[in-house]
Ligand binder design. Structure first.
Ligand code: C5P
Length: 227
């Protein structure tokens, strides 16, 4: 089997991680959720009060980046790798709406991106990897063997994210989730450093009305040709 590199990019809540996990499982590839890494840095910034309502202290965060150590540890029961920040499992904390409300601002900071991109490139050095995010096909792995770009209507995406959070017991409203999804997309697409755009050689999947299974089958046809 060839150890290929697969890049999955797209707007928030378009099912990128669901597809990535299915691919990783079927082909025995490593799955890296780069959004979790940006979320971890956002959580670090929140914990140290470098970001909050109406303030961002980017310079202090930048000066403390060397104190941030990120790692993934595979959880056998869950079947995926959980995010650790300085050896502490933060998988649950980074999935809250509050982190979602700060993460895109943190992700505009070039020094943050530089650190995470280099760690991601290191993880992908040997191939056999599927990575999802916003800049994987454009910046992290511009020579990826396969690039996918996922889209879906904002309403569908907000509804999925809303159901996910409600199921976990979070008290959120559909309206605030919809606002967050659209706001993150706006910041992610318009930032100066590595904005979210579709790589010219990516294959686009709109899953507004498509079942994940159907889409996964279509993607496997591409992968089977490559390995
Ligand atoms: O994928 P997820 O929704 O968890 O990503 C959270 C945020 O992290 C995104 O909205 C974006 O601001 C940032 N991000 C990024 N580049 C990546 C992955 C995520 O800027 N490769």
């Amino acid at each position: 089997k060839k150890e290929i590199t697969i890049a999955i990019d797209g707007f928030s809540s378009t099912g990128k991680s669901t597809i990535a996990k299915l691919i990783a499982k079927k082909y025995n590839f490593i799955y890296v959720d780069t959004g979790a890494m940006y979320r971890a840095v956002a959580l670090f910034a929140m914990q140290n009060r470098y970001i909050g309502k109406n303030f961002v202290d980017a310079n202090s965060l930048i000066s403390k980046l060397k104190n941030i150590s990120l790692s993934f540890q595979f959880n056998k029961e869950e079947g995926f790798a959980e995010m650790f920040l300085n050896k502490v499992n933060i998988e649950k904390e980074i999935r809250t709406l509050e982190v979602s409300q700060y993460v895109s601002q943190i992700a505009t900071i070039s020094e943050v991106r530089r650190k995470l991109v280099s760690e991601q490139q290191e993880m992908g050095k040997l191939g056999g990897i599927v990575m999802d995010g916003r800049d994987i096909g454009t910046v992290v792995f511009p020579h990826a063997d396969l690039k996918l770009f996922m889209t879906a209507s904002a309403n569908k995406r907000a509804l999925r994210r809303y159901e996910e959070l409600i199921k976990k017991g979070d008290k959120v409203s559909y309206e605030e989730i919809l606002f967050n999804v659209q706001e993150r997309d706006r910041i992610d697409s318009t930032r100066e450093d590595s904005p979210l755009i579709m790589a010219s050689d990516a294959i686009e999947f709109d899953n507004s009305d498509m079942e994940i299974k159907e889409q996964f089958d279509a993607i496997c046809v591409f992968i089977n040709k490559l390995i």
